[in-house]
Design a protein around this ligand. Structure first.
Ligand SMILES: Nc1ncnc2c1ncn2[C@@H]1O[C@H](COP(=O)(O)OP(=O)(O)OP(=O)(O)O)[C@@H](O)[C@H]1O
Ligand SMILES: [Mg+2]
Length: 263
């Protein structure tokens, strides 16, 4: 549904955030975008959502070059949603419930459906108890869960998660992992996840793009990428724990920690 061809993006102060980037989001159902700080992940997400326009190159949406008129952008936003890295960027409303319901109300869903969807999304993200609380009193991690709930309630075909686990504790992180697996699994959505948490990406994603200083350094199936120490070193990324267990302790390459400890 979405790809970018030869995209370069230069910010107003002349920072070149992306250089000649080609990404095809049809290559996986759970795409991981990994790269160290400042490598261009968030910029890429904003380009895919049409929030930024490429300086050169193009974004292709449903086989056509993305246009930035209202109609095309609203078409795009019906299909694709984003959970921003910074939850304050997407929190608009006073109470948690109203915030999660915000976009649905904007799209004029009826209140009954809104209530159902918001209730389910709050349950999934573990924030039901917070539903009447003013959002500005929440902790960082709680806000993060509220913004994830907002995206879950929208039921988009494709969801971008920019650093979904940053600042989350162990339980919330596991919970986000389950949510993402549920979305990509039985709900058959495509998820695009950026992170520098290699363990998280290793367990969640199937196809990986490695970004380094605005370039795509490498792309491929997760096994190929994560077993390639040279690429990870070049991009200043850590080997996932399960890859270390495989390489240095001679164990099979397990999909997740549960598999390892079942042995
Ligand atoms: N509004 C802006 N104006 C100027 N430069 C910017 C702006 N936003 C980002 N940049 C620069 O663009 C580059 C890419 O930033 P981006 O936020 O896309 O990286 P990132 O991979 O998401 O990093 P992180 O892992 O820290 O979230 C960085 O050098 C950053 O300083
Ligand atoms: Mg970022």
């Amino acid at each position: 549904m979405l790809r970018m061809e030869n995209v370069t993006y230069v910010y107003e102060d002349n920072t070149v955030a992306l250089k000649g980037v080609n990404i095809d989001l049809r290559k996986g159902k759970k795409i991981g975008i990994v790269g160290s700080n400042g490598s261009g992940k968030s910029t890429m997400f904003m380009l895919f959502l049409g929030l930024l326009k490429p300086t050169t190159g193009r974004v292709v949406f449903n086989k056509k070059e993305l246009k930035y008129d209202k109609v095309t952008l609203s078409e795009l936003r019906k299909k694709a949603g984003i959970v921003f890295q910074d939850p304050d960027k997407q929190i608009f409303f006073s109470s948690v419930f109203d915030d999660v319901a915000f976009a649905l109300r904007n799209l004029k869903f009826d209140e009954k459906e809104i209530k159902e969807r918001v209730t389910a999304a709050m349950e999934k993200t573990g924030i039901t108890e917070l539903q009447n609380k003013p959002v500005h009193f929440l902790s960082y991690g709680q806000k993060k869960n509220v913004s994830i709930a907002g995206a879950v309630a929208m039921n988009h075909q494709m969801i971008f998660f920019d650093e979904p686990t940053a600042g989350l504790d162990y339980t919330s992180k596991e919970n986000v992992k389950n949510i993402l697996e549920g979305l990509a699994g039985k709900e058959e959505k495509t998820i695009v996840v950026s992170s520098h948490d290699m363990n998280f990406i290793y367990e969640v994603c199937d196809y990986i793009y490695v970004l380094n200083k605005g370039h795509v350094l490498s792309e491929g199936k997760k096994e190929t990428i994560f077993l390639d120490k040279e690429i990870l070193d070049k991009a200043n990324l850590e080997e996932p724990f399960l890859v270390k267990v495989h390489k240095y302790l001679g164990k099979p390459l397990y999909e997740d920690e549960k598999e390892l400890f079942k042995q």
